[in-house]
Ligand binder design. Structure first.
Ligand SMILES: [Zn+2]
Length: 282
């Protein structure tokens, strides 16, 4: 059984994804999917509606919509595996395959007042065998330092106050050299960055050639007028709270989890399995 998304996608197949030719025919089924064959001499290759997407070679397509539903609900890999009737490694593989396209789905532009803030995710080598830079520690062990520290991975959050478009990205450090390239080409020229009092943002604004408003370090002024980063701040809290369920995520997978949360936060209660699957197909 094909999902509605896949059916819609099948109807939209207009050319061979290998050579671009419009001369192709239906050619049976493979892995439960309609197969097409290119009629172009010199190509003659087969493809399906998902060829060229991250879900192209995943088996059991009849379970993909359910996987999307479970991911939209943010369920653990163990529960997901159980409900799908697949192994934990398969559920884990699907999770990250489904996040491959969302990984690059960030707002194309950021305009108006653009609030920035950072949050931190504890460094984790979960699931990684050998070659650890330090002895592994037990899950849930607090970091050497609270807040800032070498084992806290910074995540940049830039959120439009009006349009609510949100960019999230893992950054190597809180320096301007790390932050500016992430925002470059997205923050429109007449946007205004709103940040905390960190000096780095002065350099960032200069590099991007945009205006900057900084919330003074003095806490009692934080929510006065338009000069605040409450929206970026609230996003950080929602992200932190959502991540708690995973009991630590491998540092190398942080971008995937950020992408996952962007979809959930953006769509809110309106997030359906179909919508999540569309995001996964890219
Ligand atoms: Zn072709």
């Amino acid at each position: 059984m094909k999902s509605a998304v896949e059916q819609a996608r099948m109807a939209s197949v207009r050319a061979c994804p290998h050579c671009g030719s419009v001369r192709f025919v239906k050619d049976g089924h493979a892995n439960g999917r309609q197969r097409f064959r290119c009629r172009e001499t010199g190509c003659a290759r087969t493809f399906n509606a998902l060829t060229g997407t991250p879900l192209a070679r995943l088996h059991m397509p009849e379970k993909h919509l359910e996987n999307a539903r479970l991911m939209a609900a943010g369920l653990s890999v163990r529960v997901t595996a159980e409900r799908l009737g697949v192994s934990v490694p398969t559920a884990f593989k699907w999770r990250h395959r489904f996040l491959q396209a969302p990984l690059n789905q960030q707002p194309g532009t950021l305009s108006g007042l653009v609030e920035t803030d950072e949050t931190y995710i504890l460094e984790s080598f979960k699931g990684q065998r050998g070659g650890l830079p330090r002895p592994p520690k037990k899950r849930g062990t607090p970091g050497r330092t609270r807040g800032l520290g070498p084992d806290q991975i910074p995540v940049l959050v830039a959120r439009e106050r009006e349009m609510k478009g949100t960019l999230t990205a893992r950054i190597p450090t809180r320096s301007a050299a790390s932050i500016a390239p992430v925002l470059a080409g997205r923050v429109v020229p007449d946007a205004v960055l709103v940040s905390d009092s960190a000096k780095a943002y002065r350099k960032v604004a200069k590099a991007l050639n945009v205006s900057l408003m900084q919330v003074p370090a003095n806490a009692k002024h934080k929510t006065q007028g338009t000069l605040h980063i409450n929206n970026a701040n609230a996003y950080c809290s929602r992200l932190d709270g959502w991540l708690d369920r995973f009991h630590g995520v491998a540092t190398k997978n942080i971008p995937n989890y950020l992408a996952w949360h962007r979809i959930i936060d953006r769509e809110g209660n309106g997030l359906s399995a179909k919508r999540f699957l569309e995001a996964a197909i890219g």
